[in-house]
Design a protein around this ligand. Structure first.
Ligand code: ADP
Ligand code: MG
Length: 680
């Protein structure tokens, strides 16, 4: 047996009740317990005071030098201070709310004290205290996350018993060759060191070993999954005509950027292969993803298949339908738009034409792939501006017998480290340059007390015939949060810009109302649009040159960048003004970075560093795997190494044959990646 699936109830001292508590933290088997890692360690090693930094937690041994003195702040609150000799230093030990110690501590007593070191006062604020010299099994003690009635002490005890009973069953799945290559210690040693560390160097080696194992297994699963998906994907090879595509590209109103050419080739190559395409196309706002989608939809339609483009809102659907029609209709292609406005007979007519194959490309919200919508021969689905094309949607397609290639487009540049973990089972194409001649958006950061000057600037732009977005973080007044809100700001600006129309948009409006307001802004019926972040996605209003963001410190970098991307779409110089009384260092840093770069990839790397991976996509939709020990940000180099190792392994014959890889193969098989009917 590879991993020890013995139930924890077999461990001495664990009854049914404790087993339930353990189950709540995800520990059912002995192996689960071994892989239940500490999240930090308590250090009881004696420290030399000359090397300790302020606020560090330390343990010292010393002798009481003088009578303790006690002071009461209230009935229950007191502070006891006592001078203690540690080596050749005289320090102060401070103990809160333990008045009884005054009588117990005698000059000359030996004490072991653990607590925070206050360098300025040469004092230790004691959190743990022992008489005499300490006698601990280990000077570095693991601290485990616990829930319910479980205590850290209990887990330590179970761990000890479990190791005594079962550690001889621990098998190392890593082939010796790999272990030697990276100088990794074996699994048993590593687990032991993580739970019963002797020193920090050993701990580091143990962690390194387990992180590699976890990431390698993860990447093997991803690669194997990708492989089986290909084999199961009955997707037909689409005979892409290179000449026709070249001809189409020549007909475009502008030359493609190098990056656009490269990604188009990547996608076209995928389309022409007989397996299922599952590809992510990422490119900064304005990098020209739409035309790449057009090229591929063109290729698919020219080969006799149909294509669909799915977008999150109707207004975006209209926008795309317009630009694709311009590009594709000169080439005898029929582009149709399906929105909720298409009803009754018209709708039925459209559906009939779709089913007969008279429509080449259908554009709409995700209504385009649902219920009564039937294609004759769907070859490619492109989704724009959404992170995930849900399992449900793929199931719908399959249930209709369609298994088209799928291309996901996103303007949220995903840092490489996250991309290969969150989207490890996808292929990724990246547009990493903007079309030539783009004016970069000038970005300024100002405080609230400069609001009048900001508004004067806005008015000057409006008088030149430009339009402006004004973004606020909240809809209504909130007493707890001192933030501007869209409704108030709207009233204020209407008053301020009397000769202009100011629109208001926020998340409480229905989709239709939002679309109407957006359309009004697009047609310049509103010159100013006050909005919450609902305006974020993909909207193209080239005449808008000004983006003003209130309380900008409340947004993450990725979001600020998205918002800024709404301007700078025309030939005029555009501006972004961040109004933020940023107090914390992190928010000041964010504002500063925004004014310094307009490169979405750089910003997303910063964002990841500043906020951590959980926050990056928003907790819920993160899609990030839950690693037991690895951390995608901290361990990104290992993740990279593991990825190329896994890729090489999956494609090598020896991996599938060699005795040394038996356990890796077994773990893969047990994880279910080879099962046929997995959809996501
Ligand atoms: P996004 O990647 O944000 O979806 P779009 O596809 O909307 O970007 O393109 C933004 C603008 O850039 C559009 O007006 C488009 O016509 C233009 N564009 C795209 N590619 C090029 C290019 N190679 N040269 C010049 N302009 C381009
Ligand atoms: Mg776009």
């Amino acid at each position: 047996m590879l991993t020890d699936n013995t139930s924890v109830t077999e461990i001495k001292g664990i009854g049914p009740e404790t087993a339930q508590d353990l189950e709540a933290i995800g520990v059912r088997t002995v192996n689960d317990l071994f892989e239940y890692f500490p999240y930090r360690y308590e250090n009881y090693e004696l420290r030399d005071l000359t090397t300790v930094k302020h606020d560090e937690k330390i343990t010292v041994e010393g002798k009481v030098h003088s009578e303790p003195s006690l002071r009461y702040f209230s009935k229950k609150k007191s502070r006891l201070t006592v001078r203690v000799f540690v080596d050749r230093f005289l320090i102060t030990a401070v103990m809160f709310n333990r008045p009884f110690l005054k009588k117990q501590l005698k000059i000359g007593d030996t004490l072991t004290l653990t607590g925070k070191w206050d360098q300025h006062r040469a004092a230790i604020v004691v959190s743990e205290f022992k008489r005499g010299v300490q006698k601990r099994a280990s000077l570095i003690e693991p601290v485990y996350p616990v829930k319910g009635k479980l205590t850290v002490k209990q887990i330590r005890k179970f761990m000890t018993t479990a190791f005594n009973q079962y550690s001889s069953n621990i098998i190392d799945p890593l082939p010796a060759v790999l272990r030697q290559k990276y100088r990794l210690i074996n699994r048993m040693e590593a687990l032991k060191a993580l739970h019963f560390p002797l020193d920090y160097n050993q701990l580091k080696q143990a962690r390194r070993r387990m992180v590699y194992e976890e990431l390698l297994l993860f990447q093997l699963r991803m690669q194997a999954f990708k492989q089986t998906k290909r084999e199961n994907g009955k997707s037909t090879a689409i005979p892409v005509s290179k000449e026709a595509v070249d001809h189409f590209i020549k007909s475009l109103p502008f030359p493609l950027t190098k990056a656009q050419k490269r990604v188009s080739n990547e996608i076209l190559t995928d389309l022409s292969k007989p397996y299922h395409m599952n590809r992510l196309l990422q490119g900064d706002v304005g990098s020209g993803k739409t035309v790449v989608a057009a090229i591929n939809l063109f290729a698919v339609a020219r080969a006799g298949f149909q294509g669909a483009l799915m977008v999150p809102t109707e207004i975006l659907a209209e926008q795309h339908a317009e630009s694709l029609q311009d590009l594709l209709s000169p080439h005898d292609m029929t582009v149709a738009l399906l929105t909720s406005a298409v009803k009754g007979k018209k709708r039925q007519e459209l559906l009939n034409r779709l089913e007969s194959g008279a429509i080449d490309i259908l554009i709409g919200t995700h209504a385009v792939i649902q219920e009564d919508v039937n294609f004759k021969k769907l070859g490619l689905v492109v989704t724009d501006e959404q992170h995930r094309f849900g399992v449900e949607q793929r199931r719908t397609l399959r249930s209709k017998g369609e298994n088209p290639d799928v291309l996901y487009m996103t303007a949220t540049p995903i840092p490489r480290t996250l991309a290969i973990s969150a989207f490890g089972d996808m292929d990724i194409s990246t547009i990493d340059e903007l079309p030539a001649g783009r004016k970069s958006i000038e970005t300024y950061w100002t405080k609230h007390d400069m609001l009048n000057r900001v508004l004067a600037f806005v008015e000057r732009e409006l008088k030149k015939g430009r339009q402006a977005y004004v973004i606020c973080p909240l809809i209504e007044e909130s007493e707890q949060l001192d933030v501007q809100n869209a409704i108030d700001v709207h009233a204020q600006l209407q008053h301020c810009f009397k000769s202009f129309n100011v629109g208001l948009m926020h998340g409480r409006l229905s989709a239709q109302e939002k679309d109407e307001i957006m359309a009004g802004f697009k047609d310049n019926r509103f010159q100013v649009l006050v909005s919450t972040t609902v305006v974020e996605v993909g909207v193209n209003v080239p005449n808008a040159t000004l983006m003003v963001i209130y309380d900008a410190q409340r947004f993450g970098l990725a979001q600020l960048h998205q918002l800024r991307g709404r301007v700078g779409r025309g030939s005029e110089q555009s501006y972004c003004i961040l109004i933020a009384d940023a107090k914390s260092e992190i928010s000041q840093e964010r504002m500063r970075i925004m004014t310094e770069t307009t490169d979405g990839f750089k910003l997303s790397e910063y964002d990841l560093q500043l906020r951590g991976p959980g926050d990056f996509f928003g907790q819920k939709q993160s899609g990030l795997p839950d690693f037991k020990i690895a951390d995608v940000v901290h361990d990104y180099r290992t993740l990279d190494v593991a990825r190329s190792d896994a890729e090489a392994m999956i494609h090598s014959k020896s991996f599938w044959k060699d005795e040394a890889c038996f356990y890796l193969r077994k773990i893969l098989a047990d994880s279910g990646v080879f099962e046929k009917e997995r959809l996501d």
